[in-house]
Design a protein around this ligand. Structure first.
Ligand SMILES: [Zn+2]
Length: 134
């Protein structure tokens, strides 16, 4: 799915986190594709966003048309290779996945990873509410 579609989905407590991640990816793409004639040459598509072992998992793929990677020369020197941008995106995703284990996945308040039974990242209040329900 497109980044814009992933942004519109409801990720409950992780909405802000995921929106920040997608905004960051969009900024990286904008910089990567800055003032080239055909915009959005380097692209990201989201494969799946889910929770696993209490943490966010953001699966995506990057792609671009190899033929438009700048040739050696002044343009290439200014932009560099796309590889650097791939690594920046990778780093942003790692950061968001790491942060997710400190954000309650239900309400977005500060939470912690609770490795009892099903691993979940919850705040104290959501943890209590969950126990009452059981
Ligand atoms: Zn909560």
């Amino acid at each position: 799915m497109k980044l814009s579609e992933a942004k519109e989905m409801d990720h409950r407590g992780w909405n802000v986190l995921i929106n920040c991640l997608i905004n960051t990816i969009e900024t990286i793409l904008k910089n990567a594709n800055y003032d080239l004639e055909d915009k959005n040459k380097l692209k990201v598509e989201v494969d799946q966003i889910k929770e696993k072992y209490g943490g966010l998992r953001f699966y995506y793929h990057t792609y671009c048309d190899e033929s438009i990677e700048p040739e050696e020369g002044p343009e290439r020197n200014r932009i560099g290779s796309w590889d650097g941008y791939f690594h920046m995106i990778e780093g942003a995703v790692w950061m968001a996945e790491d942060m997710s284990t400190n954000i309650c996945e239900y309400c977005g308040n500060p939470g912690k990873l609770r490795p009892d039974g099903w691993w979940k990242t919850r705040c104290d209040r959501c943890e209590e509410e969950q126990k009452v329900r059981l």
